[in-house]
Design a protein around this ligand. Structure first.
Ligand code: BEZ
Ligand code: FE
Length: 287
């Protein structure tokens, strides 16, 4: 090893050992690993002064554009695959029969209106293709769960969520809270979701462009499904005919979540999607 490499490694060791007195053991573990990985990254790529400063400027710009409705740091995490990785680590269990989870995204708004079985969540007609999303919420043994809650949201035919177009779309357009009936079934009248670009007018959008990536997400409907005694599930229903299933900008697509939207004789697209919840205390995340 050269003297330079020894000095570099010595500095890394010093920075890590400086954290040795951190009282909270978990904070100590996380911070020591973070510093080690950050240092190895800088050493591996031989990070230049200019590149270090570009990184600082990038993070500063991300901070400047972030406010109550725009979270550029989460977008960065999403586009680097970190959000989906954390989701996998915490909420996926290969042995589980439960529906696979995927990321929440920034367009979830709590407090959606309660809607009746089969009611429409379309409050503003912008030409979207009428669709009926329906299915059964079950436990891992296949037993239906009556009274399960489905909090659902999606974008309009223009590609935008209601929260992105205040003053144009009604604030509760294309979102609603539904309940399963006594057979565990739910039905939601809506429109077909469309692919859309994640917000790309900030530093994350520039980084995507600089790395030759597109900002598009495959068409999907979001759902948070919950019932007493079961782990809450945050997931999507993806449209099999959508573009970008193979290159979703935030790595949210899972094969098991892709569904067909089939034209019915009633002129409506029919999409069937069951959701399977696992009982509290039985998921990998909870042991
Ligand atoms: C979404 O699906 O709503 C979403 C997820 C991550 C980033 C941007 C949008
Ligand atoms: Fe979305």
């Amino acid at each position: 090893m050269t003297m330079d490499k020894m000095a570099e490694d010595d500095l890394t060791d010093q920075a890590v050992s400086r954290l040795g007195a951190t009282p909270d053991p978990r904070l100590r573990e996380v911070m020591c690993a973070l510093v080690r990985h950050l240092h190895s990254f800088a050493k591996q790529v031989r990070l230049t002064d200019r590149e270090w400063l570009a990184g600082i400027r990038f993070l500063t710009a991300a901070g400047h554009i972030t406010d109550d409705t725009r979270q550029e740091f989460i977008l960065l995490s999403d586009t680097l695959g970190l959000s989906s990785l954390v989701d996998l680590i915490n909420h996926s269990d290969v042995e589980s029969l439960a529906t696979e989870p995927t990321i929440l995204g920034p367009f979830y708004v709590p407090g959606s209106p309660d809607r009746d079985f089969g009611a429409s969540m379309v409050e503003y007609d912008d030409g979207g293709r009428p669709a009926l999303l329906k299915g059964t919420v079950r436990d891992e043994n296949g037993q239906p769960i009556p009274g399960a809650r489905l909090d659902v949201w999606q974008n309009a035919a223009t590609g935008f969520y209601a929260v992105q177009q205040p003053g144009l779309q009604p604030p509760t357009n294309l979102r609603g809270v539904y309940r399963t009936d006594e057979h565990g079934r739910y039905e939601i009248r809506t429109v077909r979701p469309v692919p859309y670009p994640i917000p790309a007018d900030g530093p994350v959008g520039r980084l995507l462009a600089d790395t030759g990536r597109h900002p598009w997400r495959a068409a999907h409907i979001h759902a948070r499904v919950s019932a007493p005694g079961f782990e809450p599930l945050t997931t999507h229903v993806f449209d099999r005919d959508s573009q970008y299933l193979d290159s979703d900008s935030v790595f949210g697509v899972k094969e098991s979540l892709i569904r067909d939207f089939v034209p019915g004789e009633d002129g409506v697209l029919h999409c069937e999607s069951d959701f399977v919840l696992c009982r509290t205390g039985q998921s990998a995340a909870s042991v």
